[in-house]
Structure formats: structure tokens, C-alpha cells
Design a protein around this ligand. Structure first.
Ligand SMILES: [Zn+2]
Length: 309
């Protein structure tokens, strides 16, 4: 079954480890995606604030370098994948026998507090921005510290909503989450690209039942994260049973139309029972024990296609 994955850190991994997208020894490459019947991969430019400072590069320049890498990889592998900027592009690529890559940004630091950069990044092809990673930035605060969106952050979120760049609340503080729900005002979808259920695993990276309901009410989606720390307290192994349990809980609280996948491949150190992206069919087959194929179709791709459109 075709799967759309809302988040991976592969792009940053490629550059750091000097590897290529076509075939590598990480969780995700094009050969493994093909084997796993992947439809779309969102490729995040993961911007680590401290790494930028330590290496004397601005978050903006760091983003530019990785954006260029994304397009170089798309071009070098045009027999397998093409960039997509909308649901229509995804379907067109699929008709042409191609997978799709969507450019996203994890952590709002490259905006450097400049609201006009939302439009610039949209022109670059960016379709989703995770507002923070683990650090405070010009937009707001992470789950580690808590705190409301800053005035500039509210302005940036408004601009993203108006321009159609998805607001991703994974990593954001609880206060910031509720600010985004308020700003969305049931007119714009709010997305948590890679977060699980806090009721099953008490971690602030996960969402409470009230948050899941509110996110569902905006018509957004929450992407199931495969990180063992967010699936099972005290575990280093991501099991198919844990993924299924979180999926069932997310479906129960957010609604079956508001659940998706956000693997976090190449951003997590956990051992995965299904190994990597090539093992997706095995994972889905297991999930079918308790979820119908009709509902799995929604979770794997239909829900995200709706949000992207
Ligand atoms: Zn992340």
C-alpha cells in the first residue's frame, strides 16, 4: 500500500555522512522506498541551532545548502522520484511511475524572525515548517521548556496559514500548540508531523488526548513517530505492536481522518522491528490485524493528500 511519510531527517544525514539518496546504509534511500511501496517522502531540512553556531554558519545558509542538496538529489534520480508541491503533483508523479519528494523545514531558525521569508521558502518549494526543534527560537519555545508563541511567532504562523505552508507543531511547547490551534481558528489545518500519544507514553514530545481532539477538529493530521522513546517508556526498541497501539489511540481521539505516518527515519536511534522503510509492507500487514484496509488507506495516504490539497 502506498505510504506518505510526513517526516525524515535523511537529507541532513546524507550531508553529514557524505552519502547519496539512491542507495545508502541509513533507514531511507530510494531503493528501500521502492521496495516498501512508498508514495511520498517529506524531506526535512533539520536545522540544529547549536550545530550552526559551532560551525559558524547561519541557519539561513544551512537551509539553503540543504535545499540545494534536495533538488540535486531529485534531479540525479529523476528516473525514480520527482519533487511535488501539491497533491495534484503527487498524483501526476504517481501516474508517471515516480515517487514524490516534498521539501520541509524542521525548526524555524532559518526564518530568523523574518515573516517575509515564509513566502521566499514557499517559492523554494517548502510546504511545511516545524516551528521549533528542542531550542527556543524567534517563533517560540520547545516541549523541553514550555512557553507561548512570541508575537513574531504568531505573525509567522498567520503568514504560513495564509500562504499554505503547513504549520507543524511537533517539538513545540504545549502552550505554543494551543496558540496554533487558536490561530488556525478551524480555517486552517494544524499538523503534528512526527508525534505520538501522551496517554500511552508520557513524553512531552507526544500529544495529550485533548490536543489530539483539537488537532482533528482543525482537519489536520498527526504522523505516527517510530522513535522508541515516544512509543514505549524506557524502551530502545520500536515494535510493530507499539505502533499499532498508538495508531489505535490516535484514531480513537483525533479521528481516523486525522492520523498519518511521520517515521522520523534517520533522526532516531531506535531499533525498528521492521528494520527500515523497505519493511513498511510488513508493518502495515501487522497493523491490519486491528485496522481495516479501508482505514489503513486513509492513514497511509488519503488523509495527507487531503491536507496537502
Ligand atoms: Zn524531530
Amino acid at each position: 500500500m502506498k505510504l506518505i511519510d510526513l517526516h525524515c531527517d535523511t537529507l541532513t544525514g546524507l550531508k553529514r555522512r557524505n552519502q547519496v539518496l539512491r542507495e545508502n546504509n541509513m533507514h531511507l534511500d530510494l531503493m528501500k522506498m521502492k521496495k516498501g511501496d512508498q508514495l511520498v517522502q517529506c524531506f526535512a531540512v533539520f536545522v540544529h541551532q547549536k550545530h550552526c553556531v559551532d560551525n559558524g554558519i547561519s541557519p539561513y545558509d544551512f537551509y539553503k545548502e540543504h535545499k540545494d542538496l534536495f533538488y540535486r538529489e531529485m534531479e540525479a534520480n529523476r528516473d525514480l522520484i520527482a519533487p511535488a508541491f501539491s497533491s495534484a503533483d503527487i498524483l501526476r508523479n504517481q501516474e508517471n511511475g515516480l515517487m514524490s519528494g516534498i521539501l520541509t523545514i524542521e525548526a524555524g531558525e532559518p526564518l530568523e524572525g523574518k515573516t517575509e521569508r515564509v513566502e521566499e521558502f514557499k517559492k523554494d518549494g517548502v510546504r511545511m515548517i516545524t516551528l521549533t526543534w528542542n531550542f527556543e527560537n524567534e517563533i517560540g519555545f520547545s516541549n523541553l521548556t514550555g512557553g507561548h508563541l512570541k508575537p513574531k511567532g504568531r505573525e509567522i504562523v498567520d503568514a504560513m496559514n495564509q500562504l499554505g505552508v503547513l504549520v507543524d507543531v511537533s517539538h513545540l511547547s504545549d502552550e505554543g500548540f494551543w496558540d496554533c490551534i487558536e490561530l488556525a481558528g478551524n480555517r486552517f489545518p494544524v499538523v503534528a508531523s512526527h508525534s505520538d500519544a501522551r496517554a500511552l507514553c508520557n513524553h512531552t514530545r507526544n500529544l495529550t488526548d485533548d490536543m489530539l481532539k483539537a488537532l482533528g477538529n482543525t482537519d489536520g493530521v498527526v504522523g505516527i513517530n517510530y522513535c522508541a522513546d515516544f512509543l514505549t517508556e524506557g524502551s530502545k526498541d520500536a515494535t510493530m505492536e507499539a505502533v499499532l497501539n498508538h495508531a489505535l489511540h490516535l484514531i480513537d481521539k483525533a479521528g481516523v481522518d486525522h492520523v498519518a505516518f511521520g517515521s522520523d527515519y534517520d533522526g532516531i536511534g531506535s531499533t525498528l522491528e521492521w528494520k527500515d522503510v523497505s519493511g513498511t509492507p510488513e508493518l502495515l500487514e501487522y497493523m491490519h490485524k486491528k485496522i481495516s484496509w479501508e482505514d489503513l488507506e486513509k492513514i497511509t495516504h488519503k488523509n495527507v493528500l487531503r491536507v496537502f490539497s
